[in-house]
Design a protein around this ligand. Structure first.
Ligand SMILES: [Zn+2]
Length: 534
């Protein structure tokens, strides 16, 4: 026993020595002191300049930069104009624009009817209280006509008696009410599991439609106010899942309360025309700063942020300005493009500045780029994506002079940023809860999936007003943001000036699939994995 123990101790000592020297090696490799000219260029990034640009991008006139809106086109033109002013080379298929074909669906109330008929009366649901959930392609808009006439209504309460099968299932409509998710995060997972089990049991009954009663005003959705933008390949396709009509009027709720579980004798009618379709191409904005080193200029570092926002909603505060999410990232891309393009000698590697569209509708722009890369992905050495770096008032406490990188220890980018933070007075750290959780939540993801070491840098993961109407530029901490932008610029320069390429970390299991994707792209290069960084 004793000897085994002694051996174990010795082994542990050896392992820690190896880890230490590997850590020192990784740190040395990513220590970069910007030149005097670079420091000067970064120092010119001011709070006032950031504020000026962001107050435009998140002005009410830009309507929250909704996907498919004219306001989003104005934002794209603005970003392109700034790239042009900085002197970046246009790198889209049409000037600075890389176009993703999309189709906008605008619901029409023409011929609309939604009626719940009971003994001796009927409720006609007004358009603003009606919604449709189809979720086929993350769209809530029907892509075909919906017509159900006088269908028998069966009530199936959540947690109540559940029928084994439905009479006239193909014609019948199930009416139910789903409870709102609990506020307590700890209880949410179990609740969501219970609710989705209930929904699959409903689907197994194979009704023509589900009618959901929704009383909570804050969860009300308005079908006719929705403006979905979909992939043209889904045009006219049938919805693969159970369509659900959501009724949020008080009268329908009262009728629901008066019904007994099981067949009710009530009848349901819904008529909905196909929405009006229009081509609505969406655009990534891409500019190139060509590298100064004859050899390294053929390799690329991406600096990206999504420029789309939350758009508008029904309600008194109609415009969700989307300043922090993600005017802050967009402005950072513009500022760093201007700063680095002003250098007499540009960095050695080429830098690709990208503003992505469609992040909020499912990473649409970044997926499109990953599938149609302008510059070869095997020579794209890293991707730095920026999200929400303007607000410092986080649920976790104030985040001044702090920033987190998602997937912090998945690749050497964590060390690159930690070092850049040391240079600029910002603590860049692994957020115990959120760094891993948010790795897949932004535009770095499609690139990482292709093997490019790509992460997202963020200051506050959950500030107040997140995805809400009050995400306005007046709440941004511009002084801190200027410091953060210089830190990001330093990290960008570190990679763009380095002979070394950042590697995925082979000792972190979560990074395994990205490392595999990297290896597939670099068959000539054996390992490709970094030694553990710490
Ligand atoms: Zn965002």
């Amino acid at each position: 026993m004793a000897s085994v123990r002694a051996r174990r101790v010795r082994l542990a000592a050896i392992v820690s020595v190896v880890a230490l020297s590997a850590g020192a090696l990784a740190a040395g490799r990513w220590q970069y002191k910007p030149s005097a000219a670079e420091r000067q260029a970064l120092a010119a990034i001011s709070a006032a300049s950031l504020q000026g640009r962001m107050s435009f991008l998140s002005a009410d006139a830009l309507e929250g930069r909704a996907s498919g809106s004219t306001a989003l086109d104005v934002a794209a033109e603005y970003i392109a104009a700034e790239f042009r002013r900085a002197g970046l080379k246009p790198a889209g298929d049409e000037g600075y624009f890389q176009t993703t074909p999309r189709v906008r669906l605008t619901p029409t109330a023409e011929g609309y009817r939604c009626r719940l008929a009971v003994d001796g009366g009927a409720v006609d649901v007004e358009p603003g209280r009606f919604a449709l959930l189809t979720v086929p392609f993350s769209s809530s808009v029907a892509v075909r006509e919906i017509r159900i006439e006088d269908a028998p209504v069966v009530k199936v309460p959540f947690g109540g008696p559940h029928p084994e099968k439905l009479e006239e299932a193909a014609r019948a409509v199930v009416i139910t009410e789903l409870p709102a998710p609990p506020a307590e995060a700890a209880e949410r997972a179990a609740f969501v599991a219970r609710r989705s089990a209930f929904v699959s049991r409903l689907a197994a009954l194979k009704p023509a439609l589900v009618v959901e009663i929704r009383r909570d005003a804050s969860r009300r959705i308005d079908y006719f106010a929705s403006r979905e933008v979909i992939d043209p390949k889904f045009k006219g396709k049938e919805t693969p899942v159970l369509p659900t009509v959501v009724l949020s009027d008080a009268t329908s709720a009262a009728v629901y309360d008066s019904m007994r579980p099981g067949p009710t004798g009530a009848r349901f009618t819904v008529r909905l025309a196909v929405p009006v379709e229009a081509d609505a191409p969406q655009r990534n904005v891409i500019g190139l700063l060509h590298g100064s080193d004859a050899k390294l200029a053929g390799t690329y570092v991406l600096l990206s942020a999504h420029y789309d926002g939350q758009g508008t909603r029904a309600g008194p505060d109609r415009i969700w300005n989307s300043a922090n999410d993600n005017g802050s990232g967009t402005v950072t891309v513009i500022e760093l493009a201007s700063a680095l393009a002003s250098l007499k000698t540009p960095p050695r590697r080429s830098i690709v500045f990208i503003a992505f569209h469609g992040e909020e509708s499912g990473l649409v722009g970044s997926r499109f780029y990953a599938e149609h890369p302008v510059f070869p992905l095997e020579r794209t050495v890293a991707g730095i994506n920026i999200e929400m770096i303007g607000r410092t008032d986080d649920a976790d406490g104030n985040q001044r002079r702090r920033a987190s990188l998602t997937g912090f220890d998945y690749s050497e980018l964590g060390e690159v940023f930690r070092q850049a933070g040391l240079q600029t007075g910002v603590t860049v750290f692994k957020h115990e809860k959120n760094s891993d959780r948010y790795f897949n939540a932004s535009d770095n993801r499609p690139l990482a999936a292709q093997g490019v070491p790509a992460h997202t840098i963020c200051v506050a993961f959950q500030p107040p007003d997140y995805h809400g109407p009050a995400d306005t530029w007046q709440k941004i901490d511009f002084e801190n943001m200027a410091v953060t932008v210089r830190m990001i610029g330093t990290a960008l320069l570190t990679i763009a000036q380095s002979q070394a390429e950042p590697r995925w970390n082979s000792s972190v299991p979560q990074a395994g699939r990205y490392l595999e994707a990297w290896k597939k792209r670099h068959p000539a290069d054996g390992g490709g994995a970094a030694v553990p960084a710490r």
